[in-house]
Design a protein. Sequence first.
Length: 155
Amino acid sequence: MKNKMVYLYIGLAIVLFATGFVVYKAISGPGPQQATQNATPTPAAMPTVDASVAVTLTKSSKPYTVVLNVTGLSGKYASVGYEFSYESKGLIKGVNSGSTPLDVSGKSEFSREVYMGTCSRNDCTPDVGVTKVSVALEFTDTAGTKSQFSKDFDL
């Protein structure tokens, strides 16, 4: 019985040592030489949209709604995706164009009303207390090249 206990204690010590070693390696991370070898190159930043494009965001006459206005497209763009982020009751919330960007083919401008809240089966809950909205737009031109626009707007 004594021999079995000794083997049990030795086994537990080995498991504890191995676990400690793994945790230590995970916390300390790769060394500087390993980090440079495993680093993946960061993609180049997306270029900024053409300077002729103007973006404004204003409050709508509808409660909890803003209006995104984009002018100066000159028919050069095929689609625009959007993402709004803002703070409401201490939480970061947001609204986006979803998986399908807006079709702006052949248009020189467009306007879009955006409700800041959550709707489910015609029951909407607004995000209250919003005073600043960060807007990020992704433009895709007719050749498929993407560019971006981002700005913070005070309401």
